[in-house]
Design a protein. Sequence first.
Length: 295
Amino acid sequence: MTDENVSVFRDTRAVLVESIWWDERTDEVVWVDITAGLLHRGRLDGAVDGSDDRVVELPPPVSAVQPAPGGGYVAALKDSIVLLDAGGRIERELASVRHRHDGMRLNEGKVDPFGRFIVGGMELTTDDADATVWSVGIDGDVRVLGGGFGVANGMEWSDDARMMYVTDTATTTVYRGSYGPDGELGELEPFLVGRPSDGLTRASDGSFVSAFYGEGSIGRWDAAGDLIGEIALAVPNLTSVAFVGPEHDILLVGSARENLTEEQLQQHPLSGGIFRLSLGVAGRGVHTFGSSSTG
């Protein structure tokens, strides 16, 4: 893996980029700025400064957005799951969750292959491992999949949907556990260990790509969990990773300005931007809330 093909996709000085994905319904990249509560939708060839993006203000924090029926979206706020219309405006609250204390919020969320919205929490004020991962159904039912996380982050599933991968950035570990149509997550075991993984995505060859928060690079592992490449980028705090475009062959990597001093921001002015590169491999599209992608 080399950095020869890295370019800037968006330089909007977001506080915290998250939840990047390709919306095949509109041929747009979707992403959020969690802290600012902004939902962005923009073309691959759109202005780097984001001036022609379609931007909607939502109640911050908004940590994850995924496609839902009717052209709309399902989104995670601080402690609630809401449905958005096709314009990105809130239609109604679908469900709410209860964190262990007020110093927590929802974080990463993705729709699983069976159409359920899987969303995890994170600690903001303590080092305790009190965060939970929940499963939310299209009818608003909420189930606990697991607890004991510090920062529940990047999620993925195997091709046969029998294995789920979930990251805890706080423990520098990507875990895996059995999964299936019943939506139960089995006992977790460490899979990728020792790096501060944030976002996580799978390529069509079964390899994994993760962004390292605080280390300024992304890594790629093969299906067995062996590191096969790493690319350094121009900012320290990397977040969401996703394959986008009609062929899902463009990798976008988000970043954050949070937790950086003014001196660090001067040294890394592209912090809060999104980077574009190619790994020579394609990824997969996202799943739609309420719709099963399995055979």
